[in-house]
Ligand binder design. Structure first.
Ligand SMILES: Nc1ncnc2c1ncn2[C@@H]1O[C@H](COP(=O)(O)OP(=O)(O)OP(=O)(O)O)[C@@H](O)[C@H]1O
Ligand SMILES: [Mg+2]
Length: 341
């Protein structure tokens, strides 16, 4: 049985400006101990999906099962024992940690709330602090006395206090210095190996989830456009949107950079209040044809567990760098011409 099963989840926000379709008909599973990377550009609905799974945001349609139990509609009282199985780590640990409480009190709070005796809380806090690599003398100190990376370690220790089975990590390293991002990701990876905890790891940057994710969910405007084993997608993306995300990752080699440039995203993200007809990506896709603007593609199998929502098989063409010339961005065209003269 899957640890988490999300079926046809839809989340709408009703606003004065109309209905925002933040998450549209998303389905996926997380197995025990597995890490799913949820990627896509800003505003595509990643946090909304994470919060809906955590039941922090109400879902409009669809079902969420944790350990086989339908948790979509259960009330707060029934939700309490489930909270301990599911925790969330946020982007900015400074905002999610009460500045007036000591590190020991912050990490121990979930245990205290759960009614654990004081001596047990103290011992468990010490154990958690050592697990996440905080100095043993950190307990009586306050969050502001720590670096960003250490504060995120406090957030991780707190999230792990009750031995959750699933942790939703919403951009857990995006606010951190580049130099310490890898350290925190490695820590999360080690903890997953050690404790068997599953992660839904949210990031707008595909390179950030490259090493930690077993499988990926690539989202665009609230829908999953590509999913499958992380390595397969990393090596050979089949959806032009994923190709664009990968093309945006910085590389040192200028020739490689030029090759990638032509796949980079053009134009703005359409409003989720007014989704494009047909394929949501059609307004920005260099390969789009009439069919794409008329007919919404369904998520279909490419091979094994690898699925895309695209009418065409573009992987080979994209790998060969074959992109319609009319859609080349100006800078890329200029480089192109420059290279051939
Ligand atoms: N509480 C809310 N009320 C109305 N609209 C919202 C609310 N929260 C998010 N949205 C809208 O829903 C869409 C998805 O937002 P969400 O925060 O889930 O995106 P995201 O992928 O997490 O983006 P980012 O990478 O910037 O964190 C956006 O258009 C956003 O403006
Ligand atoms: Mg977000």
């Amino acid at each position: 049985m899957s640890l988490l099963s999300v079926r046809s989840l839809t989340v709408d926000y009703e606003t004065s400006g109309g209905t925002i379709h933040a998450v549209n008909d998303v389905s996926f599973e997380i197995e025990p101990g597995e890490t799913i990377g949820l990627v896509g550009e800003s505003g595509c609905g990643k946090s909304t999906l994470g919060k809906a799974v955590m039941r922090l945001t109400p879902s409009t349609e669809g079902r969420i099962f944790l350990d086989g139990k339908d948790i979509t509609q259960i009330d707060q009282r029934e939700m309490r024992p489930i909270r301990s199985k599911m925790q969330m780590i946020f982007q900015d640990p400074m905002n999610s940690l009460n500045p007036r409480r000591t590190v020991g009190a912050l990490i121990g709070q979930p245990l205290q709330v759960a009614g654990r005796p004081a001596a047990e809380v103290k011992a468990r806090v010490a154990e958690l602090m050592s697990q996440v690599g905080l100095p043993p003398d950190a307990a009586p100190r306050y969050p502001h006395e720590f670096s960003g990376g250490q504060r995120q370690r406090i957030g991780i220790a707190r999230a792990l206090a009750l031995n959750p089975k699933l942790v939703v990590c919403d951009e857990p390293v995006s606010a951190l210095d580049v130099s310490i991002r890898a350290q925190v990701i490695n820590l999360l990876q080690d903890l997953s190996d050690e404790l068997g905890v599953s992660y839904l790891f949210i990031s707008h940057d595909l390179t950030m989830v490259q090493h930690i994710a077993d499988r990926l969910l690539v989202m665009y405007l609230g829908s999953v456009v590509e999913t499958g084993p992380a390595e397969t997608i990393w090596k050979k993306p089949a959806h032009p949107y994923t190709k664009a995300l990968l093309a945006a990752a910085p590389v040192a080699d200028p020739q490689e950079m030029r090759k990638r440039k032509k796949f980079m995203l053009q134009g703005d993200l359409p409003s989720p209040a007014n989704l494009p007809k047909g394929c949501a990506f059609s307004t920005r896709c260099p390969f789009a044809e009439d069919r794409c603007r008329a007919e919404k593609p369904i998520l279909r199998r490419v091979s094994g567990e690898h699925r895309i929502s695209c009418h065409f098989d573009l992987a080979e063409r994209m790998e060969a760098g074959d992109i319609p010339v009319a859609s080349l961005p100006e800078t890329a065209t200029a480089h192109h011409e420059g290279a051939s003269t």
